[in-house]
Design a protein around this ligand. Structure first.
Ligand code: SIN
Length: 306
């Protein structure tokens, strides 16, 4: 890494309707003074501004049902096609992510550093996750700031990376789910059930073919440049052999996820978290066997990365 960063980065901005308290030096903020079930348009605009500024924001003590989660999410734009579930009864854009206390699996939904569904031509811009039942400890989510990571690369490395296209595919996640996960009705369990199928469904073949996106992309609102690469879905660069690309991908993911660029959230019941998939990668930790974790997620459509 070249250079350093400090108090100006991820600093608090003064808002009129909300308070945004920085969570870590690299990213994240807790938003206070907001009830998402009852939010004026001007307060909503400030929440959105804080999301793009801090990349991940969270709000404690939000007492909402699935319809309110869906209605709040819809204020950010149209829903993304969810690549993994069909939603819950009555709220098809609200995706359940549930692990029971007696479930043991080597691969949970969200395992491995990733940005959400980048194998789509228009990957989700924003993800929103609500905790209904959370372990007393464990089950944290971790994010890493890929814009900060890009900004601290050397000018020569930046020049080298500009112009490259990443190939994103569900291929390796499917394989990890099938070798480490358990069959069931949850999103990972459904991937496991496809193991040994004589022919994969057409939509799965499409996700394996995946999509090509610029490795260095520009945020459409803030103009920030960032590395669009992850450790789960990135399988190659356009025009490369996979073995040529692998060490570069590995280096970039290690660079982005170094401790200084990361923030980690300890969940509490009724916490609502939002993150910007264009500017950060994240992962769910699989360290809470014996505890139940019940979350609900929505995703908001993004643009074709540029
Ligand atoms: C996800 O990757 O969207 C899920 C994160 C989590 O369950 O903590």
């Amino acid at each position: 890494m070249t250079g350093s960063f400090g108090r100006e980065y991820n600093s608090a901005k003064t808002y009129k309707h909300i308070e945004a308290a920085p969570h870590c030096a690299a990213m994240g903020a807790e938003i206070k003074g907001v009830d998402v079930a009852d939010l004026s348009d001007s307060a909503f605009k400030e929440v959105e501004d804080a999301l793009f500024r801090h990349k991940m924001i969270y709000l404690r003590n939000q007492h909402i049902d699935a319809r309110t989660l869906e209605a709040f999410s819809a204020r950010f734009g149209e829903f993304a096609d969810d690549a993994y579930t069909d939603g819950i009864d009555g709220s098809r854009n609200v995706q359940p992510i549930i692990k029971e206390a007696d479930a043991k699996t080597g691969w949970v939904f969200g395992s491995g550093w990733h940005t959400d569904s980048p194998f789509l031509k228009r990957p989700p811009a924003i993800s929103i996750l609500y905790g209904v039942d959370v372990p007393p400890y464990g089950g944290d989510t971790v994010w890493a700031n890929s814009a900060l990571a890009y900004s601290l690369l050397s000018p020569t490395m930046k020049d080298l990376l500009k112009g490259l296209k990443v190939h994103m595919s569900i291929r390796d996640v499917l394989e990890n789910a099938q070798t480490k996960g358990k069959a069931g009705d949850d999103p990972i369990g459904k991937l496991v059930k496809l193991r040994g199928a004589p022919d994969l469904p057409e939509d799965m073949k499409e996700k394996i073919r995946g999509a090509f996106h610029p490795l260095v992309r520009t945020h459409p609102v803030s103009g920030e440049q960032c590395l669009y690469v992850d450790g789960s879905y990135t399988i190659n660069f356009e025009g490369f052999e996979e073995e040529e690309a692998a060490p570069i991908i590995d280096y970039l993911v290690r660079h982005i996820t170094q401790p200084a660029f990361v923030c980690r959230l300890r969940w509490e019941k009724n916490t609502l978290v939002l993150w910007d998939n264009r500017l950060c990668i994240h992962q769910a930790l699989n360290d809470y066997d014996g505890f139940r974790r019940e979350m609900y997620r929505t995703t908001i459509a993004g643009e074709a990365p540029r």
